[in-house]
Write a protein that binds this ligand. Structure first.
Ligand code: ADP
Length: 268
């Protein structure tokens, strides 16, 4: 069996997916990007192959994507994360239906991508200013509230009443705003849901720039946060589909691209 590796070196996390000849996902691994993108990506790949019992030489084509993609010198090809995200989203949602709009929230940016009927990218909008509405924003909030980012959702669903309004667009200013809210005795759950709704409002603006076309799909690490998913659905007034492994779909898309390129080159 031949295998294809997709390496997504993101601002916050390295995601590696392995696809087989049928373009099915056979395994994945996530690790922190840290300060040494290339070294950590190599190590992550090595330990994933060991776990899957796949030999290095059975990886016949590697595609790198994400911020740090150009650093991964062994890659046969590198592609933009927008292309990889579109390919991965379609594959991850194939049981759900045709995806026309992708919302991706990463560690340091957020994107809305519009696809045509064939899954080609026709338009996209990106927000990468001051970590507004990104995973970093959520990580800063969670740290201040003394919880893990993965615990934000359970607090979100405990909130009742109108979510608090959080106006800061910068992660740094948001922290001081939250200190102010805590000082005014606001409940943690109301602050958490306020943060989710402030991110959701910003994302909805981004989606409107490319056009709200169903089906709508949401991925990236923050899509693991069901509280944020709930806030986005309420702000959009529409259901969004979140795949089983939302953080790795861009790397899966890169692996699928690898299989396509390899098969194309082998025929040529
Ligand atoms: P990038 O591609 O920019 O590195 P990711 O898509 O990997 O970003 O997302 C990283 C973000 O995902 C983190 O900053 C964190 O906020 C969020 N995240 C990761 N795991 C979880 C989890 N279990 N629950 C909620 N959020 C998470």
């Amino acid at each position: 069996m031949k295998y294809f590796a997709g390496i997504d070196i993101g601002s916050t996390a390295i995601k590696i997916s392995i696809a087989d000849e049928n373009r099915e996902l056979v395994g994945y691994k996530i690790s922190a990007s840290g300060s040494m993108f290339y070294k950590y990506a190599q190590e992550t790949l090595g330990s994933l192959l060991k776990e899957l019992d796949i030999k290095e030489e059975d990886i016949v084509y590697t595609v790198a994507t994400g911020y740090g993609r150009k650093l991964f010198k062994e890659a046969d090809e590198n592609i933009s994360e927008i292309t990889a995200n579109a390919i991965g989203a379609r594959a991850a949602a194939k049981e759900y239906g045709e995806i026309k709009t992708i919302i991706n929230i990463g560690g340091q940016d957020s994107k809305a991508i519009s696809l045509d009927n064939d899954g080609n990218v026709v338009n996209f909008a990106m927000n990468d200013r001051c970590a507004a509405g990104t995973g970093k924003f959520l990580d800063v909030v969670a740290l201040k509230l003394e919880m893990d980012t993965s615990e934000l959702a359970e607090h979100h669903f405990k909130a009742d009443g109108t979510p608090l309004s959080i106006n800061s667009t910068c992660a740094v200013f948001a922290e001081s705003e939250i200190i102010g809210l805590l000082g005014n005795n606001h409940a943690v759950e109301d602050i958490v849901s306020g943060v989710h709704y402030s991110i959701a409002k910003r994302i909805v603006k981004l989606v409107k720039r490319v056009g709200v076309k169903e089906n709508i799909y949401f991925d990236g690490g923050p899509a693991l946060n069901k509280g944020l998913v709930n806030a986005i659905e309420n702000e959009l007034g529409k259901k969004v589909f979140v795949p089983a492994y939302p953080q790795i779909t861009t790397s899966f898309g890169a692996a699928i691209m690898g299989a396509e390129s390899y098969q194309y080159e082998s025929k040529g």
